[in-house]
Design a protein around this ligand. Structure first.
Ligand SMILES: Cc1cc2nc3c(=O)[nH]c(=O)nc-3n(C[C@H](O)[C@H](O)[C@H](O)COP(=O)(O)O)c2cc1C
Length: 187
């Protein structure tokens, strides 16, 4: 980008092989890409989860309300992977300084919706390391949070130690762990 700008060429149009064609002030998108490629980060934390019986959803909402209390200036966004557009969630994750990711344990692993989204996350290879935390409910073996932790680490995230691993539906001590996640992400 720097090399092209240094050439000072009169650029009328940018037409990539996929995506939009920029005709009106085409350099505006070059400037935006430049900004996004330079340690771009907003004061935002995004919480992403899926659930079957809403236990993991309750943990997600506790993390959200706790962040709002601890750090009122931080924008908090919360998404159910099965209900929101995956690209929209990814845009919000890109803008965020930290994320929390939740899935119940299913079949000794995580929900396929969350697994598929994690593959997408890894493909994007975000340049800057972001903080992440994991949470989720389980019934007996409880591999979910471990799988989330491994996959997030593999995708380049720095996963904090605090996690909320909750047997069946969340109780008081599980909500306290969710609050611990919020604190670790705000630090
Ligand atoms: C199809 C299915 C498979 C499951 N597999 C596991 C498992 O392998 N290990 C485990 O600990 N719990 C397993 N569970 C239990 C769920 O993790 C548990 O019900 C959890 O509380 C669901 O969380 P949620 O309320 O967020 O959906 C399974 C549940 C279902 C419905």
């Amino acid at each position: 980008m720097e090399e092209i700008q240094a050439l000072n060429l009169p650029i009328d149009i940018i037409a990539t092989s996929h995506g939009c064609i920029w005709r009106d002030n085409p350099l505006q998108i070059v400037e935006k890409y430049y900004e996004w490629s330079q340690n771009y980060q907003e004061d935002q934390i995004t919480i992403v989860y899926d659930t079957m019986w809403e236990g993991t959803k309750q943990l997600a909402h506790k993390i959200s309300s706790e962040i709002a209390e601890l750090s009122p200036q931080t924008r908090v966004k919360i998404y159910n992977i099965s209900k929101a557009d995956k690209n929209d969630i990814m845009t919000e994750v890109f803008k965020s300084k930290a994320i929390a990711l939740g899935s119940p344990t299913v079949g000794g692993s995580i929900l396929s919706s969350v697994g598929g989204w994690l593959d997408f996350l890894k493909e994007l290879r975000f340049k800057e390391e972001k903080k992440a935390a994991v949470f989720g409910c389980y019934g007996w073996s409880g591999e979910g949070t471990k799988v989330l932790r491994e996959k997030l680490t593999d995708a380049g995230f720095s996963v904090v130690e605090d996690e909320a691993k909750c047997l069946w539906n969340p109780r008081e001590e599980d909500f306290e762990r969710a609050a611990g996640i919020a604190k670790a992400l705000c630090e």
